[in-house]
Design a protein around this ligand. Structure first.
Ligand code: C2G
Length: 126
């Protein structure tokens, strides 16, 4: 039973988000997602277009996500990994090496970002 975790804002959900989550889920038997709260987004200097509940509603429609919980701080990952007995933390390659400090608690895998699509690009078009 390989347990996967990932984190993100997933604002204006798009194919890049989908492919990250789908590939992450394929690495194990369960996937849980730390969804950035609206307040934490401000700490990330991200003003999400959709609030937490709407972003959560979109993720809940994906049958390969087993549970979704709020991500309220950078520091919570260690506790999340321990409390959920996580085997692998998966993030997109734009985070490459940034979470290597967590390798003492679980494997850390960075998956290639899906090119040419991002929430900021979508915001520019809107
Ligand atoms: N992603 C991707 N391809 C894209 C866009 C995003 O693979 N074209 C990935 C990102 O690398 C990330 C995930 O999708 O792993 C979610 O992206 P964001 O919603 O932008 O999340 P981010 O702001 O990177 O938050 O503590 C970690 C942070 O909460 C991550």
């Amino acid at each position: 039973m390989t347990k996967i975790i990932t984190y993100g804002t997933f604002d204006y959900f798009h194919y890049g988000h989908f492919m990250l989550l789908k590939r992450a889920a394929a690495l194990g038997s369960s996937l849980i997602v730390g969804l950035s709260s609206d307040e934490f987004n401000l700490q990330k200097n991200k003003q999400s277009l959709l609030d937490f509940d709407k972003r959560k509603e979109v993720l809940e429609s994906l049958n390969f996500i087993d549970s979704i919980f709020p991500e309220n701080s950078w520091e919570q990952k260690v506790e999340d990994i321990k409390n959920h007995n996580i085997d692998i933390l998966v993030m997109g390659s734009d985070w490459n090496m940034k979470f290597d400090y967590l390798k003492k608690y679980c494997d850390v895998v960075y998956l290639e970002r899906t090119p040419k699509i991002s929430t900021s690009l979508i915001k520019e078009i809107l």
